[in-house]
Design a protein around this ligand. Structure first.
Ligand SMILES: [Zn+2]
Length: 267
């Protein structure tokens, strides 16, 4: 009977819609829960080699994550956090790929949708090879490592979904680049946790949000590079890329965005 079948179809569609809404609510809640800091944020880092990469550098990269956990914990404690390790990394890979993830989309809706789909295909393929169970992690950061080609210009950049779950950090990897890679991974991870960039169109740190110690006297040189900028500010208008993990800092603006700080000032 046509009436009965159309009623069944309606029930089915309403059921499907309800499930979709429930899933979306659950996903939004679980993404928000990451920045409540009631439990550690669990991050999967998947090391992906685009072509052959020096094995020493890859091993050095993998071995550096406990130090990054400790550095991030120290910054979190500066804002009064209580957990021992607020961010825990689990490392996957290295896996070798012959195709990088899709380039950044422009801002049109079709380009964004296309990019989301292409990136999903790419990460799904990489997850399978590296046996990364995507569901178990709050955020996944893919470190796309490439052998350095041109000593004049290193490839260090990233892209992430702000407030999403997936970030990509691209780096020309040799042993001298390992600590800088830790900055890029943290930068992309913090985007997934809701942090915004703290540099201007020219790439310079925004003052004061791009400074870790905006009340330091004298103000410069700053001791730390704010993780959502690109550099450490050493004098007015003068910046330097960070050289070591010990320079990694989290400024108040970023700390507020990821839920480490409320209105109170850090110690
Ligand atoms: Zn950024």
């Amino acid at each position: 009977m046509p009436r009965r079948s159309s009623r069944l179809r309606l029930v089915f569609l309403v059921g499907l819609l309800t499930l979709t809404v429930l899933w979306a609510v659950h996903d939004i809640r679980s993404r928000r829960a990451r920045t409540e800091w009631q439990r550690p944020v669990e991050v999967a880092v998947d090391v992906v080699e685009l072509g052959a990469v020096n094995a020493h550098a890859v091993n050095a990269l993998r071995a550096r994550f406990p130090a990054l956990e400790a550095r991030l914990a120290a910054e979190y404690h500066r804002y009064g956090g209580r957990m021992g390790r607020p961010i825990v990394f689990t490392i996957f890979g290295p896996v070798r790929v012959d195709r990088p993830p899709p380039p950044d989309p422009d801002s049109t809706l079709t380009s964004l949708a296309r990019h989301a789909y292409d990136q999903w295909l790419w990460t799904r393929a990489v997850d399978r090879v590296s046996e990364l169970p995507a569901r178990h992690f709050d955020s996944r950061i893919y470190v796309l490592a490439r052998e350095p080609r041109d000593s004049a210009r290193n490839w260090v950049e990233g892209s992430s979904e702000q407030g999403g779950r997936v970030g990509v950090a691209r780096i020309d990897l040799d042993t001298s680049m390992v600590d800088l890679a830790m900055f890029v991974v943290t930068h992309e991870l913090f985007h997934t946790l809701g942090a915004s960039d703290k540099y201007d169109a020219a790439g310079r740190a925004v003052i004061p949000d791009g400074l870790v110690e905006p009340n330091r006297v004298p103000l410069y040189p700053q001791r730390y590079a704010e993780v959502m900028t690109r550099n450490r500010v050493t004098a007015p208008g003068v910046e330097r890329p960070p050289e070591s993990l010990s320079e990694l800092g989290v400024g108040l603006g970023t700390a507020r965005e990821i839920g480490w700080a409320g209105a109170a000032k850090p110690k």
